[in-house]
Write a protein of this length. Structure first.
Ligand SMILES: Cc1ncc(COP(=O)(O)O)c(C=O)c1O
Length: 386
């Protein structure tokens, strides 16, 4: 065993569709942050996010951007988040979910998770909203996350958000293609974020997109993503803009990736099935699966909880065992309320994300992970048990 097994590496189509679109861009000299691949990729994404399991359609618009982080930032700009505002963020996440709040001079208010989905706890969310209002500041937005591709209890979150009239920005960076009651995650709130970083469900090498409520909102995002230039023959600026548009080369990769998105989704779910089956009888190991049958996670990264007393070692000792066997694994995200950089941010915690952080590991799940690799990972975990 010489080759390392990684969590989730980029994987291109066998047919070389990505190269076809890139070559087309070179041949036609569309080597700029706009062009036919950008338009084509946006159309593919719109078709994908707007189609429900039962064939019904919704009508969201998608803007392709340079990163998922840029998409979160632009949504906050569009929601008019300013200096001194507060935004409710899921604590259990990657820092990019919350950092753009600080770019705007606003303060993230962290809310912990519930144990079923590991995502934002709706009860704690309502408690936090009431408490912030009682302190004189109504939160200006809510950012729930689809961590590791697991749907959140989005109906409950939307009901609370609507009742308090607070817009929701869904961070579906890890949840591309996950569904909730047959509808794609990222299409429930006002805005939804996608990421096409190299380690995601599909990639453009680096990139992201924002799902917008309609064409008009998408036009506004496009305006801010391209330096906020007023429609005049000379350059006039009445707002601060950003250089966040996706390049036509990256979008070519994205168009190619959309031809195999269903294969990628099937692969991650297949890896989940193998882990569930192979680790079922290993005392002290639990594979994290959807708590409800109306949730369809993409299983971007499959995750396990290690109970040290039952398994005979903790998650970090298991991580070192896997590393010695040339298998990459990674502790779960360290919650934002435990991060030094956010030590002064208000936080509403219940112990769930802290416990998960101290017990969990992500396992290799991407399309480059073969059935032999999965069997080897499972065997390595079985052998590590004391
Ligand atoms: C939960 C979450 N939010 C946001 C991002 C940011 O996406 P990007 O890397 O495309 O900027 C990522 C991943 O990188 C993520 O995992």
């Amino acid at each position: 065993m010489t080759n390392k097994i990684w969590l989730c590496l980029a994987h291109m189509s066998e047919a070389g569709e990505e190269m076809k679109y890139i070559k087309e861009a070179f041949d036609t000299n569309w080597v700029v942050p706009l062009g036919p691949n950008v338009n084509g990729f946006e159309a593919d994404l719109e078709e994908f996010v707007n189609t429900l399991n039962d064939g019904r359609k919704i009508e969201k618009s998608v803007v392709a951007l340079s990163a998922g982080t840029a998409a979160i930032h632009l949504a906050l700009v569009a929601l008019d988040i300013k200096n001194g505002d507060e935004v409710i963020c899921q604590s259990f996440t990657f820092a990019a979910s919350a950092n753009p709040v600080v770019y705007q001079g606003a303060t993230p208010v962290f809310v912990d998770s519930e144990p079923g989905t590991w995502n934002m706890d709706p009860n704690l969310l309502e408690y936090a909203i009431k408490d912030r209002i009682s302190k004189g500041k109504k939160p200006k937005a809510i950012i729930p996350v689809y961590l590791y591709g697991m749907p959140a209890y989005i109906d409950e979150i939307m009901e609370i958000a609507n009742r308090y009239e607070i817009p929701v920005l869904e961070d579906a960076a890890e949840g591309f293609g996950s569904r909730y009651r047959g509808q794609v995650c990222g299409t429930f709130g006002k805005y939804g974020v996608m990421s096409f970083n190299g380690n995601k469900m599909i990639t453009t090498s680096g990139g992201g997109a924002l799902i917008c409520p309609n064409e008009e909102a998408a036009k506004r995002i496009l305006f801010y993503a391209t330096q906020a230039r007023e429609p005049l023959p000379y350059y006039q600026h009445e707002h601060i803009g950003y250089n966040y548009r996706m390049s036509n080369i990256c979008a070519g990769i994205g168009r190619g990736q959309m031809t195999i998105v269903d294969d990628h989704l099937a692969h991650h779910i297949h890896a989940k099935d193998r882990y569930v089956e192979g680790l079922a009888n290993v005392d002290g190991i639990t594979v994290h699966v959807a708590p409800e049958d109306y949730m369809e996670p993409n299983y971007w990264l499959n995750t396990i909880i290690v109970e040290p007393k039952k398994f005979g070692m903790d998650y970090d000792q298991l991580r070192l065992n896997l590393d010695a066997a040339n298998i990459e694994s990674r502790p779960l995200w360290k919650p934002m309320h435990m991060q030094p950089v956010y030590k002064d941010a208000p936080a509403y915690v219940n112990g769930v994300s802290e416990t998960l952080f101290k017990k969990g590991l992500c396992l290799p799940s991407g399309p480059m992970v073969t059935d032999e690799d999965l069997a080897y990972i499972i065997e390595t975990i079985q052998k590590a048990k004391r």
